[in-house]
Write a protein that binds this ligand. Structure first.
Ligand SMILES: Nc1ncnc2c1ncn2[C@@H]1O[C@H](COP(=O)(O)OP(=O)(O)O)[C@@H](O)[C@H]1O
Ligand SMILES: [Mg+2]
Length: 361
């Protein structure tokens, strides 16, 4: 039993035949029964990792352990993995029932038809596709096809479920509903799940934890809230958050922080939040739009260029250093486009990064 590290990836590497280093020394673990999101921009290596976990692709270095045992030399079909592919990969000539039964009717552990049918029906019921049993995938909507793919991935009662951007082909409203359904389904089944997405809001809403990648390297492996509150670096701070974070170029010299239209003292900051000493030089000060708000005595002078309504809040848009920045206020704040306002930052909520992206504060 190795429940804390039910899935363990150690120093995993993948260099493709053309020399492209897609995964660079990646290590992480997944707790039994957790739903973990692998998040990152397109091309960061998410599918490459799933394919190595599934045994469809060989790593060029490192190890993969399931329940404490290395599986790198185990064939894909013996890894007890369920895989929901990005395009679902349903068999178009088979009915929904035949698709879901299929994994049970082939290979060594091949079952009698009626037994396979009974199991398939259970999972079709769980994924709410029973009424489509006799239809072909082409007659179903994207969301329905996706449920068929999930039911088919679950019939063999795999130990681990892999899902590669399962919601990316669905329209926005459906995505919101289905992501909640997926979470409750995998929790009901109790299966350990790795869910790949490039959508940070999706990851934050369903993941027990999130592993954020960029360029084949883990940027942060953490609980969702920490991506907002304690981002590891500039990439993380900018990848997570809606509206996106504001970035101001600053100079630090002799205890003073200066930007194009504001000044602070290093002593104004919360000294306990420094990761290291803020030596003289150029930095980026970043603040989430909810932490830079209109006030009588503000740090930043802003000319409000535009206002965008998002639900019950409004985004005040202004330029700073020629770059767009934002302040997130509630609906009642009496500010209109064209107004000149002062914005005050919550100094214990800002971040300071080096130009290379290292977090200093
Ligand atoms: N067979 C391949 N040969 C060479 N490079 C590949 C191959 N497959 C993927 N890549 C490259 O590896 C990187 C990671 O790809 P992938 O894992 O598909 O990313 P993601 O799923 O995060 O979008 C990308 O730069 C991609 O172009
Ligand atoms: Mg992919």
């Amino acid at each position: 039993m190795n429940d804390e590290k039910f899935v363990e990836v150690k120093n995993l590497q993948k260099v493709y035949d053309n020399g492209h280093e897609a995964i660079k020394n990646v290590s992480f673990s997944v707790k039994k029964g957790d739903l973990v999101c692998l998040l990152g921009p397109s091309g960061c290596g998410k599918t490459t990792i799933l394919n190595m976990l599934a045994g469809l692709l060989n790593p060029t270095g490192g190890d993969i352990l399931f329940d404490g045992k290395s599986v790198v030399n185990t064939e894909s079909k013996n890894r007890q993995i369920g895989y929901v592919f990005q395009n679902y990969a349903l068999y178009p000539h088979m009915t929904v029932l035949q698709n879901v039964m299929f994994p049970l009717t082939v290979g060594k552990q091949k079952m009698a038809k009626d037994k396979a049918k009974a199991i398939a029906e259970k999972y079709m019921d769980l994924t709410q596709i029973t009424e489509f049993a006799e239809q072909k995938p082409g007659q179903l909507s994207g969301g329905q096809q996706q449920r068929v793919a999930i039911a088919r991935a679950l019939v063999q009662q795999p130990k681990i479920l892999l899902m590669d951007e399962p919601l990316s082909n669905l329209d926005a409203r459906l995505r919101l509903n289905i992501r909640e359904e997926i979470r409750s389904l995998v929790k009901e089944v109790g299966i350990t799940t790795l869910f790949v997405t490039h959508d940070q809001e999706e990851a934050l809403s369903i993941g027990d934890k999130i592993i954020l990648f960029n360029g084949g390297v883990i940027q942060q492996d953490d609980l969702g809230q920490n991506f907002y509150l304690e981002p590891n670096n500039y990439f993380v701070a900018n990848f997570v958050g809606n509206p996106v974070i504001d970035n101001f170029n600053i100079k630090v010299k002799g205890g003073k922080i200066t930007a194009s239209d504001f000044e602070l003292n290093v002593s104004d900051l919360d000294q306990s939040r420094f990761k290291r000493e803020l030596t003289d030089g150029d930095y980026i000060l970043s603040v989430r739009p909810e932490n830079i708000l209109p006030a009588e005595e503000g740090h930043v002078s802003a000319h409000i260029e535009d206002i965008e309504l998002i639900g019950r809040e409004r985004i005040l848009k202004f330029s700073h250093d020629g770059v767009q920045a934002r302040s997130l206020v509630n609906l009642e704040t009496p500010i209109k486009p064209g107004d000149d306002v002062k914005l005050k930052m919550r100094l214990n909520r800002v971040f300071i990064f080096t130009p290379e992206g290292e977090r200093v504060y």
